[in-house]
Design a binder for this molecule. Structure first.
Ligand code: FAD
Length: 279
């Protein structure tokens, strides 16, 4: 069982607990993106198993009245085993989404995976005319060109700052430069796309900037934040009429995800220490 300390960031271990969480978030006007925890499989079997789990999760979401979609990780669907395995499994998940009316997002992992991920996304999005969305990382120097390339691709694009430590030759490593690249990425998205724009950030400055760009250019957009991070702000934005999606991971592989959340921010670390100390 997930200890209470981790349950701030993880929606339980089973689809049932994840659905309970989603129902509560939906009641507050917040939509939910479910992610089954799992990544970097070196063998095909677990990648195929997670693909099958996503297929049945999607069927259950489709049969429910919840505002829920899913987000997969390339290495969870077998990218470390081979690009062909990833493409096959990604296609299965997207086709299940299409069958049951459930949107499918694809996360972006480290820079060695960017080409394979974007190629698979572009092919599926063009083939299906939407129903699938891709995350892009503002910290990568290439992202401006990737946004050009994906300009007319159907589906949605989620811009994030980027969670992976990358070499300076391929990435902005200074916070100010990443923020500048994020702003430029938002400008490109809002000035060119009619909609399907997702702002994946907790940063109030970036969310305000997205609102300004929306007022200037129009185009449907949504704000995406993680479960357990600025949840009050998520509810407030939803109450203002902004479309908010909360990324909520679930599953038994929660420990490394929880450590990542705790390590990335001093406040989260203090929260974890207080919970352990019982204060
Ligand atoms: P930061 O630069 O971390 O923080 C900026 C400001 O935001 C802070 O000064 C503070 O005001 C506010 N803030 C941030 N965190 C907190 C907090 N815990 N409590 C209170 N205020 C806070 N990365 C990838 O590489 N690939 C992905 O596929 C991916 N998917 C993501 C999906 C979603 C929905 C989200 C939200 C993030 C995703 N990320 C992904 C992570 C992302 O790249 C960043 O590492 C992460 O979001 C932190 O950057 P930030 O924009 O939130 O702001």
């Amino acid at each position: 069982m997930i200890p209470p300390i981790a349950s701030r960031f993880v929606a339980g271990e089973s689809p049932a607990t994840a659905f309970d969480h989603a129902r509560r978030a939906n009641e507050d006007g917040v939509n939910v993106i479910l992610n089954l925890l799992g990544e970097h499989y070196r063998e095909r079997v677990p990648a195929d198993e997670d693909t099958a789990t996503y297929e049945s999760l999607i069927a259950d979401i489709g049969a429910s009245d919840l505002d829920v979609c899913v987000s997969v990780k390339p290495s969870q669907l077998g990218l470390d085993v081979g690009e062909g395995v990833f493409r096959e499994n990604f296609r299965r998940v997207v086709e299940a989404g299409r069958e049951h009316g459930v949107f499918v997002w694809c996360d972006m992992e480290d820079a060695t995976t960017t080409d394979a991920t974007l190629d698979a996304f572009e092919d599926l999005a063009r083939e299906h005319g939407g129903g699938v969305g891709q995350c892009l990382q503002a910290n990568l120097r290439r992202t401006r060109e990737d946004l050009d390339r994906l300009d007319d691709v159907p589906g949605k694009l989620r811009l994030v700052k980027g969670a992976y430590d990358e070499d300076e030759s391929i990435a902005y490593t200074d916070k100010a430069n990443v923020n500048e690249a994020f702003r430029e990425g938002l400008e490109l998205l809002f000035s060119r796309r009619d909609g399907g724009i997702a702002v994946g950030s907790h940063d109030p400055t970036m969310i305000s900037y997205a609102k300004e760009l929306h007022a200037e250019h129009g185009g449907d957009y949504e704000v995406q934040m993680l479960m357990g991070v600025r949840e009050e702000a998520q509810r407030e934005l939803a109450a203002e009429g902004v479309e908010v999606w909360q990324y909520a991971p679930y599953g038994d592989k929660w420990l490394s995800y929880f450590y990542r959340r705790v390590r990335e921010r001093k406040e989260n670390l203090l929260f974890a220490m207080r919970a352990v100390a019982g204060v």
